[in-house]
Design a protein around this ligand. Structure first.
Ligand code: FO1
Length: 323
């Protein structure tokens, strides 16, 4: 395959497919664009959870049980924080702490989030481009029946329990795509855009909310293929299904297509949704039904390979509409 691939990813599910993509594509052929809407300052430290989840997953340092943070982590820092009466609701592991301290130090020295992410991922041995969607602050706010919650307060603090009535991305209108994302959108050789199986509302929408990104992706005239984060009406991890119901959508693969409103050239679903895949195909959306649940590294690599092969066979949506 000759050509560049842009992948959009957020938390745990997206990071697994990103892992698969990096085991297939050489560094020059892939740009991993990561959500930063989950970022926040906690105990004075700038935490970028989705960037860290992708970095730890790509470098094989991630705790596979939790999905986030480091394997073999210890929690003496948090134990002492709680003993001192500090905030104990958001856990910073002893080794994970180094990432947040180092990122915060570099930000204070006026490095950009892109520069910092490039340095830290490279230090972890990652050769692929892991790029923030923007170097400007974008903060996901979950509107709930009990008022507005910053993302981590909703996701971790309240364990996604409040009923959501909407999601907002503070700062998005003033944010610019990061330099590497702008560069990727300006390439003439993009062969496919992959939307990883991340939460559409909480992980992918913030990326698409950065001005110029959605239009830039469409202007690439390359097929855009999403891997569904919903299998058999439920999310593999996290609140996607609950959120879809609360925001008035069916937690189904068809609802995923509707959510991305005309952006998709194709969809990859799990075999459990094969019937719905057939229905989508008759509606004119190329759909691949395969094993979309990634339980092992081999699953991650296989799904990435199948998704790329499927995407490279597709015409970009714009061309299809023209014909
Ligand atoms: N998720 C939790 O459920 N509880 C935590 O205490 C927690 C701490 C944490 C620290 C650093 C980090 O990078 C991620 C962390 N996460 C935690 C996961 C994080 O909230 C989510 O992975 C993303 O924000 C959503 O994808």
């Amino acid at each position: 395959m000759s050509g560049h691939v842009i992948a959009l990813c957020g938390g745990v599910g997206g990071a697994k497919l990103a892992f698969g993509l990096t085991r297939i594509l050489p560094p020059d052929d892939l740009t991993l664009v990561v959500n930063t809407g989950d970022d926040f300052v906690h105990m004075g430290l700038h935490v970028s959870p989705d960037i860290d989840t992708v970095a730890y997953t790509l470098s094989d340092l991630a705790d596979r049980e939790r999905g986030w943070g480091l394997a073999g982590e210890t929690w003496t820092f948090m134990d002492q924080v709680k003993r001192l009466g500090g905030e104990g609701w958001f856990n910073l592991g002893d080794r994970d702490l180094a990432m947040h301290v180092e990122r915060t130090r570099r930000l204070a020295e006026r490095e950009t989030l892109s520069e910092i992410t490039a340095a830290l991922t490279s230090a972890l041995g990652i050769r692929h481009a892991v790029v923030p969607m923007s170097d400007d602050p974008v903060r996901t706010i979950v509107q709930t029946a009990d008022g507005e919650l910053a993302f981590q307060r909703y996701f971790v603090g309240k364990q996604c329990r409040p009923v959501a009535t909407g999601v907002r991305f503070d700062g998005a209108t003033a944010a610019r795509p990061s330099p590497a994302l702008q560069g990727a959108l300006a390439r003439r050789d993009v062969a496919a855009v992959i939307v990883c199986p991340s939460n559409p509302y909480l992980s992918i929408d913030p990326i698409l909310a950065v001005p110029g990104v959605r239009a830039g992706l469409k202007a690439l005239n390359a097929p855009v293929v999403a891997v569904s984060p919903i299998v058999g009406g439920r999310a593999l991890k996290g609140p996607a299904a609950k959120l879809m119901l609360e925001l008035g959508a069916e937690p189904s693969v068809t609802a995923i297509v509707c959510h991305y409103r005309g952006l998709l050239s194709g969809l990859v679903v799990d075999g459990e949704d094969a019937d719905e895949a057939e229905a989508l195909r008759t509606l004119g959306l190329p759909t691949l039904a395969t094993g979309a649940v990634m339980r092992s590294d081999d699953d991650r690599i296989r799904l990435a390979r199948e998704t790329l092969a499927f995407a490279f066979e597709l015409e970009p949506r714009t061309q299809r509409r023209a014909s």
